[in-house]
Design a binder for this molecule. Structure first.
Ligand code: PFF
Length: 519
């Protein structure tokens, strides 16, 4: 069966595709917001700890499990877990999260990605009210999102149009397949993205002290805010949880996407160095580029860390969509830089969103035996329908709810399942050997006990603390306006229905396979 599956065209291609998945809106929008909200230098310590003890080990584990799964004809977690020595019949059902999670993220991710396309267009065409002030920029954004009607927008028409375009481009690349679509997109997209990121970072870092009467608002102090370690907040569980959540989201680990990408490797393709290279590329784009654009810009132009904080508090995306254009309005050739900024976001977004679609496609192809055309068409129709409530009910917390389940909770749960299956059920010794097959580096020995003990313990503690502190308030929707609750329940029901459908498909696929073997 495995020879029917596609393969990546080259080593560099797969690294760029994985890096493309990792580098996304999370790096340039979510990271700066999280870092500012959690106290800058106080965030960076738990962040790097999570990178070393969660992110890197999971990256290696997923590349390894994925490559093993691909050899056995499976590109998604249900088949991979099922075929793993030592697991029982139930394991395939745990694997469902590895398809459901990416799909849930996709529902809102693709919509936000379409805003970046729209904003790039509005920047280049001079429609964005750059120099106008915070309130105006906010009005522009909420008008665009259909939350209010104002003199910028009278309805959701433009948002639907840009969403439609984004959707078509995404599915076009998916339809083109692994080498002809995803790999090509990443090969061209990633260098452009890096180039744009470097240009924008240099532009911001050379701002110096724009207002001489306010010498404290300088690039130097802005960098100090991010990079001076602050140990005082390390006792707060929230900072640790948020940092771990950011690491998962930004690296695309703990969700099933890397498993699928790695399933298209060949048996002796390296995973150790490739996984590390993709992770390092992501971290460069996140802390060096992501950290050098939004945070210093907001720090300098909004009045230091307090100003940046209040902008971030007014909404995760406000730093990117409201503050950045305002700042560009204050520098020469601002419209151009603003356009480049949103173009960068769009490229970062699309190389990630295609990776969110691929697991479902692989599942339909590998487990149900569907052709690519049929898989892509059906999936396209389902995702189009599923995205509509995210577009229409944005103001009612629908997206926040999806983000919590898909973009936060599922990641930690699925990561815990994966690492336990790998290190304890399959066994760390065999796992370690498998990881080093065809490897171009030796992974430092310390990572063996880390993968076996530290990463699982870390994940279980995170889950326990979260459950203890937040499970009930979260389930009961404490603090949520009663008018919004039905929408949030709607999001939960949607996730449940998608999960149930997947479970039924898994059951059916395995019954069929069994039937074939019995004959
Ligand atoms: N890593 C992407 C980002 O930082 O924007 C988002 C993402 C893509 C998360 C794929 C999860 C995933 F499976």
């Amino acid at each position: 069966m495995s020879d029917k599956r596609e393969h990546w065209g080259s080593k560099l291609g797969v690294i760029l595709a994985v890096a493309g998945s990792a580098v996304g809106l999370g790096n340039f929008l979510r990271f700066p917001a999280k870092a500012v909200l959690n106290g800058g230098g106080a965030f960076m310590i738990p962040y790097f700890v999570a990178f070393l003890l969660l992110g890197i080990p999971l990256m290696w584990v997923e590349w390894t499990l994925g490559r093993m799964g691909g050899q056995r004809g499976h590109g998604t977690a249900p088949g991979m877990f099922d075929k793993l020595d030592g697991t029982g019949r139930w394991a395939k059902y745990l694997g469902i999260i590895g398809i459901l999670g990416p799909f849930v993220i996709l529902i809102y991710y693709m919509y936000i990605e379409s805003w970046t396309l729209a904003y790039a267009w509005y920047s280049f065409t001079g429609h964005l009210p750059f120099g106008s002030g915070q309130e105006e920029m906010k009005a522009f954004l909420s008008g665009y999102q259909g939350l209010v009607q104002n003199n910028y927008f009278s309805g959701l028409g433009p948002a639907l149009l840009f969403f439609g375009l984004t959707f078509l481009v995404n599915f076009f690349f998916i339809y083109k397949g692994l080498q002809g679509g995803i790999e090509k997109l990443s090969r061209y997209g990633m260098p452009v993205l890096l180039g744009l990121g470097v240009i924008l970072a240099i532009r911001v870092l050379t701002l110096g002290t724009p207002d001489i009467s306010l010498p404290e608002l300088s690039v130097k102090n802005a960098l100090g805010f991010v990079w001076n370690p602050d140990f005082s907040q390390l006792t707060s569980a929230k900072v640790w949880i948020e940092a771990a959540g950011q690491i998962f989201f930004t690296l695309s680990v703990g969700i099933g996407v890397i498993l699928t990408y790695a399933s298209y490797l060949r048996k002796r393709d390296d995973v150790a160095l490739s996984g590390l290279t993709a992770s390092a590329t992501n971290e460069f784009c996140e802390v060096i580029l992501g950290g050098s654009i939004v945070i210093p810009a907001a720090f300098i132009f909004l009045g230091g860390s307090a100003g940046a904080l209040s902008a971030a508090q007014s909404g995760t995306f406000n730093l990117g969509f409201v503050t950045m254009p305002l700042i560009f309005g204050k520098i020469p050739m601002g419209a151009l830089f603003s356009g480049l900024w949103f173009l960068l976001l769009f490229i970062a977004g699309i190389t990630s969103s295609v990776s969110l679609i691929q697991p479902a496609v692989s599942f339909l192809e590998d487990e149900l035996g569907w052709g690519r055309r049929r898989s892509v068409m059906v999936l396209g129709a389902v995702s189009l329908l599923a995205c509509l409530p995210a577009i229409f009910f944005l103001g009612h917390g629908f997206v926040d709810e999806l983000d919590f389940w898909g973009g936060t909770l599922f990641l930690v749960v699925f990561a815990a399942i994966e690492i336990i299956l790998f290190a304890w059920v399959f066994g760390i010794n065999r796992g370690w050997q498998e990881m080093h097959q065809g490897a171009r580096i030796r992974i430092p020995g310390i990572y063996k006990p880390i993968i076996k003990y530290v990463t699982p313990a870390y994940l279980l503690i995170l889950l326990a603390v979260w459950s203890y502190q937040q499970f009930w308030p979260f389930i009961a929707m404490k603090g949520i306006a009663p008018a919004d609750r039905p929408y949030m329940w709607g999001a939960r029901i949607l996730i449940f229905l998608l999960g149930a459908t997947l479970a039924a498909m898994v059951a059916r696929a395995w019954r069929k396979k069994k039937g074939k073997i019995d004959k």
